[in-house]
Design a protein around this ligand. Structure first.
Ligand code: SF4
Length: 234
């Protein structure tokens, strides 16, 4: 069993990794200050997940699809919910090349099963790694929960209706672990960083109104306060 390091009350949501990758201020506002506001993008994402996250488990031959699966990793102190985890049946739990365990048993089922998270995403495949980092965090949780090693997982994109395989290599693992470390430091500090205005990122941010990045960003703050206290001579 993995060494238990964090109490459940100290777990951090896996979504914090995506949020800190986008903007540390957004991460602190959502996960420490509990500020949340839907915009068109978050509403579309929410609708997609309502369609997908209907719970329950389906079995088709050698494949089991479990929906809305709670994941956690006590050693890293992260938790989240996978849209779906697929389990594919095999007869030998060990990787024939490396001898590493790649499959688990399941209650009331014969043989061995290889887990694979499938995360449903709005839009199409992206050039940045945010979706892949979230998926890698899910893999780290499953590896910890089942004491095995996984080498791939999948993203399913709503716009293109395609499944993208993501290989969980050491580079992606390191990136994900580094974000876990950064998010932990940020959230434990209890501090919310000042905004850094970036037109593309901020205009897509659901917290734009609460954050007011143009008014409060350090570069703009001086001007903002000047305007705020500017007294017009009669
Ligand atoms: S509006 Fe910009 S600076 Fe503010 S939280 Fe969103 S992304 Fe970060």
């Amino acid at each position: 069993m993995p060494e238990t390091k964090y109490a459940e009350s100290d777990y951090m949501m896996i979504s914090a990794l995506q949020h800190i990758a986008v903007c540390p201020r957004q991460c602190a506002l959502i996960h420490n200050e509990r500020v949340w506001e839907d915009n068109l993008l978050t509403a579309q994402g929410e609708l997609l997940h309502i369609r997908v996250d209907n719970g329950g488990t389906e079995k088709r031959g050698d494949l089991i699809q479990a929906r809305t699966v709670r994941l956690n990793h006590p050693g890293l102190g992260i938790t989240g919910i996978a849209d779906m985890v697929e389990f594919r049946r095999i007869t030998d739990p060990l990787d024939p090349k490396t001898g590493v365990r790649i499959a688990t048993t399941l209650p009331n089922k014969h043989n061995w099963w290889i887990p694979c998270p499938v995360e449903y995403k709005r839009g199409r495949s992206k050039t940045d790694d945010w979706d892949r980092i979230q998926l890698c965090a899910q893999v780290l949780c499953l590896e910890s929960m089942y004491e095995l090693r996984m080498d791939r997982a999948a993203l399913w994109y709503d716009s293109t209706k395609t499944r993208e395989w993501v290989y969980i290599d050491s580079e992606l693992r390191d990136k994900t672990l580094e974000l876990v470390r950064q998010a932990r430091i940020l959230l434990d500090s209890g501090k919310t960083p000042p905004p850094v205005y970036d037109r593309k990122r901020c205009n897509a941010c659901s917290l734009y109104e609460q954050c007011r990045p143009k008014d409060y960003a350090p570069d703009h703050a001086e001007k903002y306060y000047e305007n705020l206290f500017h007294i017009v001579d009669p």
